[in-house]
Design a protein around this ligand. Structure first.
Ligand code: ATP
Length: 370
């Protein structure tokens, strides 16, 4: 009953729009896999191709090594939970029972399976209620229950939490996580919400403009984004990017007049990989420490001088915008550290950056090189 899904060289064109371009993807059996990306990047199209609701212009789809590219949706044994539920104006029980009844399952078995699934989703007390009496969160649970009751091979969820209010969202999000542990089936989950993807998925594919930019665990994607897009899209706020110069003669990397680090090996690798004397350095806002006074960098760190431009309180953190030789860097600080530092706009500050948290990107291809 398990399934792994493989997409090979998939392209989908709608008229002039290339919705998905040359996609190769492998989703493992029992994995909670998220497809994450901004609106219009091709997530839903990918999901519909897996479901069999859309035929790829090019490429093949495999379930457990069986080519299902031409297999119609109804033979794929896949349950798709849409963004907006479509429920029938009857009781919760009938809504969940319907997919079984239409398959000719015996009355006794219907009863048993509806009860099991209701139990799983905490709907037992609501089975006799009319759908109109439910909250929006419970309606989405019924929609999920209807998918689960069929015991499909594969679940496809298309932004199932989008219609919920923020509080219900968080509750159902954590319920989904424990649900997957219990049903132990492959789930492919489409979302534009990085927190949903990061907190739910075993692995994530980050998509942009019809192309997969990176596939990895939530931490891999956060820690080692393979492109500028991924670094920017993940994180709140996203990664900082600064154009820097690679000076072969002094084996240094410089931000304008400031040397940020010196390393013969690093510089020669960068020169070789970027074919250029320019590189873009990336560093996450939460890895930078601010100091008021100049100090020795100490081993493993670099110090860069800047000027405070703007301070913003997000409710949980402070975001300090610092100008460095015409570039701008965001620094994310917790409230206590910020209060201790006591800084104001136009003051000089020193940014202490751990060297192992600095990543390097090619200025042209925008891919990470080191
Ligand atoms: P969203 O989160 O907004 O749903 P998405 O990432 O799911 O976005 P898709 O819905 O897959 O993106 O759409 C990808 C691109 O393909 C978009 O430019 C969209 O307009 C286009 N597209 C999708 N379906 C069709 C269609 N049936 N006919 C024409 N163009 C389409």
């Amino acid at each position: 009953m398990m399934v792994d899904v493989r997409l090979k060289d998939i392209t989908k064109v709608f008229g002039k729009v290339v919705a998905v371009r040359n996609m190769n993807l492998e989703i493992r059996d029992k994995e909670f896999f998220a497809i994450l990306g901004p609106s219009g990047c091709g997530k839903t199209t990918t999901l519909r191709i897996i479901a069999g609701l859309e035929k790829p212009t090019k490429g093949r789809v495999y379930f457990d090594n069986q080519d299902v590219t031409s297999l119609p949706a109804k033979f794929r044994d896949v349950a798709m939970v849409p963004q907006f539920y479509a429920l029938y104006p009857t009781t919760v029980y009938n809504n969940i029972a319907l997919p079984l009844r239409s398959r000719g399952v015996s009355k006794e078995e219907v009863k048993q399976r509806v009860r099991e699934v209701a139990e799983l989703l905490g709907l037992t007390d609501k089975l006799h209620l009319h759908i109109d009496k439910l909250s929006i969160g419970d309606k989405q649970k019924v929609s999920l229950a209807r998918a689960i009751v069929r015991k499909p091979k594969l679940y496809l969820l298309d932004e199932p939490l989008t219609i919920l209010d923020p509080v219900t969202r968080i509750i159902i999000r954590s319920e989904l996580k424990s649900l997957q542990k219990r049903i132990k089936q492959t789930i492919i989950y489409v979302t534009h919400d990085q927190i949903e993807a990061m907190s739910l998925a075993d692995r994530i594919a980050v998509m942009n403009m019809g192309v997969i930019e990176q596939v990895g665990t939530p931490y891999e994607i956060y820690d080692k984004p393979s492109s500028r897009f991924v670094g920017w899209f993940i994180g709140e706020p996203g990664m900082n990017f600064l154009e820097a110069e690679v000076d072969k003669h002094s084996s240094a990397i410089k931000l304008g007049s400031q040397e940020i680090l010196q390393s013969k090996t690093l510089v020669s690798k960068l020169v070789e990989k970027t074919n250029n004397n320019k590189v873009v350095i990336g560093v996450r806002p939460e890895y930078i420490y601010l100091e008021k006074n100049p100090r020795e960098a100490g081993s493993g760190y670099t110090i860069v001088k800047g000027v405070v431009e703007l301070i913003e309180f997000t409710g949980t953190h402070y975001i300090v915008l610092v100008g460095i030789n015409g570039r701008e860097v965001k620094v994310k600080m917790n409230v206590e550290d910020y209060r201790r530092l006591n800084i104001a706009p136009r003051e000089d500050v020193y940014l202490r950056i751990p060297l192992d948290k600095i990543l390097f990107f090619d200025p042209v291809s925008e891919k990470r090189v080191l």
